[in-house]
Design a protein around this ligand. Structure first.
Ligand code: S3P
Length: 445
């Protein structure tokens, strides 16, 4: 185990770039692999999750390499051009990689086996296999619908019309990717809007996709078997990664940081909106658009925070940010209530259970609900001093390391290596800003 400890920090200052957006990076590699010609991707997240997707797309027939300037070159196979992989696709820790690729291959006439680590192998897959069966694919695996699963793709896919029962961009995107190699028009209704990176990426690569608002949700149609145009694209910085230095600066007196080039897709900005409502000093500078996604630089200064009740319908736009919001809430005056977030129970870990335990161990007052938490802060520093369990969950590890920066006693996480999945430069970037995050005493550096 690779334990990391974070200790009291004076202030967080400086200018940084965080790695590329994880959701967009997966999709850039997948769509580049489906286009004929050379797609060049700059700013790709080189975290384990995305590297696993790159390896999977190579195993399915795409030619992908990284040049010395860290640009990724993807030579795609064209719609219908994937070939059967020689071995199982190991998606590691990544629900996005696994679910999106299960969708993609389900409309090809060959079999693909998906495996993952212990965390991924406990996550629900029926949410994708149920709609994908409607295209004609078959799924073989355990009764409870978890990995390993073998997808027997169909050679005669039929377009479907599907109402997505959970608020999940992964499920929506799996269906959209299955629709690529399906003749006719596939129609998806999501009653709660979720991140629309696949829709934007489809437009960017020339897929005929239409999104129409309906009853507070969205209807998305995809015309199958398009000819995709290879593109050059720049992946913006990941707002879900920026969230960690943002909260570090907010809770640490004297802090003033700028994070360049952060994606501000409106389906992803729930945390920043919530923090501003709590009194956070966050400015969006130099707002612009890159490759179909809104982008800005963020300036963040230390702020006194006040508790709020987070609107439940905001959950999909900040679903990955609840762990770090919990840390901000521990420093806010009053009780911050977060509900309507039951999806947190099926992320890389059960994030409600694990946050409640870790916060409690650090002396923070927290109440657990089936669909969320309430956290009471006094405006005082929490005690800290705990060894926190992370259960293969990168965002849990990073959240508690941020807590340690402003606790009375250092906070240790039991496994810092999981951070590699989404934010390999986390420790060096945070320490460069003035944080003190080190291998735990006795742990290897
Ligand atoms: C993602 C969608 C979300 C999110 C995940 C990335 C994506 O999951 O939690 O980190 O890239 O589509 P769900 O689709 O399960 O909500």
């Amino acid at each position: 185990m690779n334990q990391l400890t974070s200790s009291a920090t004076d202030k967080i200052t400086g200018i940084i770039n965080v790695p590329g957006d994880k959701s967009i990076s997966h999709r850039a590699l997948i769509m580049g692999s489906m286009a004929i010609g050379e797609t060049i991707v700059s700013g790709l997240l080189e975290g384990e999750d995305v590297l696993n997707t790159a390896a999977a797309m190579k195993a399915l027939g795409a030619d992908i390499y990284r040049d010395e300037l860290a640009k990724w070159h993807v030579h795609g196979v064209g719609t219908g051009g994937l070939s059967e992989p020689a071995g199982a696709l190991d998606m590691g820790n990544s629900g996005t990689g696994a679910r999106l690729l299960m969708g993609l291959v389900s409309t090809y006439p060959f079999s693909t086996t998906f495996v993952g680590d212990a965390s991924l192998s406990s996550r629900p897959m029926k949410r994708v296999t149920v709609p994908l069966e409607k295209f004609g694919a078959e799924f073989h695996g355990s009764e409870d619908g978890t990995l390993p699963i073998t997808v027997k793709g169909t050679d005669a896919p039929l377009p479907i019309s599907y109402d997505v029962p959970v608020a999940s961009a992964q499920v929506k995107s799996a269906i959209m990717l299955a629709a690529l190699n399906t003749p006719g028009i596939t129609t998806i209704f999501e009653k709660t809007p979720t991140r629309d990176h696949t829709e934007r990426m489809f437009h960017f690569f020339g897929v005929d996709t239409i999104t129409t608002p309906k009853d507070g949700g969205r209807v998305i149609t995809v015309s199958g078997q398009p000819e995709l145009t290879a593109r050059e694209l720049i992946v913006p910085g990941d707002p879900s990664s920026a969230a960690f230095p943002v909260v570090a600066a907010l809770i640490t007196p004297g802090s003033d940081i700028t994070i360049n080039n952060i994606g501000l897709n409106p389906d992803r900005t729930g945390l920043f909106i919530t923090l501003k409502e709590m009194g956070a000093d966050i400015e969006f500078l130099n707002e612009r658009e890159e490759c179909g996604e809104p982008v800005a630089d963020l300036r963040v200064r230390h702020s006194s925070l006040n508790a709020i009740t987070v609107p439940e319908d905001r959950a999909p736009s900040m679903i990955d940010e609840y762990p770090i919001l919990c840390i901000a809430a521990a420093f806010a005056e009053g009780t911050t209530v977060m509900r309507g977030a039951e999806e947190l129970r099926v992320k890389e870990s059960d994030r409600i259970d694990i946050m409640v335990r870790g916060l409690g161990a650090c002396g923070i007052k927290v109440e657990e609900f089936a669909d969320g938490m309430a956290i009471t802060g006094s405006g005082e520093k929490p005690e800290g001093g705990a060894l926190v369990e992370t259960r293969l969950d990168h965002r849990i590890a990073m959240s508690f390391l941020i807590l340690g920066l402003q606790s009375h006693k250092p906070v240790t996480v039991d496994d810092g290596s999981v951070i590699e999945t989404s934010f390999p430069t986390f420790r060096s970037l945070m320490n460069g800003l003035g944080a003190n995050i080190q291998p735990a005493a006795g742990a290897p550096a």
